[in-house]
Design a binder for this molecule. Sequence first.
Ligand SMILES: Nc1ncnc2c1ncn2[C@@H]1O[C@H](COP(=O)(O)OP(=O)(O)OP(=O)(O)O)[C@@H](O)[C@H]1O
Length: 367
Amino acid sequence: MSENDILVEVRDLKVHFPIKRGVLFDRVIGHVKAVDGVDLSIARGKTYGLVGESGCGKSTLGRALLQLTPPTAGEVSFDGVELTTLPSGKLRSMRRRMQMIFQDPMSSLDPRQNVESILTEGLQTHGIGTDRTDRRRIIGETLDAVGLPRWALSRYPHEFSGGQRQRIGIARALVLGPELIVADEPVSALDVSIQAQVVNLLDELQDSLGLTYLVIAHDLAVVRHISDTVGVMYLGALVEEAPSDRLYNEPLHPYTRALMSAVPVPDPDVEDRRERILLAGDLPSPANPPSGCRFHTRCPWAQPTRCADERPVLREIGASRVACHWAEQIASGELRPHQVSVQIVRPEDEGDAPSVVSAPTEPGSYV
Ligand SMILES: Nc1ncnc2c1ncn2[C@@H]1O[C@H](COP(=O)(O)OP(=O)(O)OP(=O)(O)O)[C@@H](O)[C@H]1O
């Protein structure tokens, strides 16, 4: 990929939030390491999907990328311009080119503003459009692009369905003519039937406008459909990154394997005979992450003592980048997991729900 093809480049990005105590909250007793050393690149016109369980730092990374949350350290370059050191005036004008859409349009849209004033506000802030007629033209074109009728302009957010409100949120981002859109859980608040419509709309807009997306989602199916590249985050760091199909067909990091093993096979007529990989315990606190490999406390393949002592860095294996000391040995089957459950979900039999016919194995055994 040539450098011109890269729109966003993130290097060793860290966002640490201070934990404050004391009567005046003036004592810093530690830091939540929400993002702790992330490197990634997003190619122009492509979609980078970011997945990982709640609290792993996905939203903070998205906000830090747009400089909505100031990074503690590291670099973010957008179209060759370093954002972290940019004076605020210049950053404001760059912001037009980088927009965000949110999970819950209801809480991100001002209920007292009608759609016209929601869309006009951004144009005025950024000085887009020569006069009122010009702004109306831009707004009309934006409504067409997101599939909203003109009568929507005089209506208020509460008068729309969830899917339509998300279209308003997309229009608000789009009206400024951005190149990058960070979409934070763009469909997770919507009914399943509406999710596909919004995902398809994002897809179409990317094709027609050449947009670049960072899509943050916990739903792996959404990310797979829309992404060219997927990054998997765990406790503030990327543990694996790969082209979408490769990540889904051949996950290499134990955490990615566990996430994938929990995704049901979409075709109910196909027997789902796969390992369900069990993770021990909950996500540790990002204020006090485990030593060495952060995943070792929950990893079914963790080995003494290297995993607890040595933090793995992302390294290339084929088309993937993986932060695991043992990725090759796990892929070849040379290393066996400590605990795994094999569940065989049979195809539906005359309308019966799929049945799980085997139970988790004992720790230490493997079926
Ligand atoms: N402004 C803040 N101040 C202090 N801690 C914060 C702040 N924002 C986020 N955090 C903490 O940083 C960690 C990462 O949060 P973040 O919202 O980025 O995760 P996430 O993966 O997006 O989770 P979710 O899917 O639930 O939104 C969490 O422990 C969270 O509590």
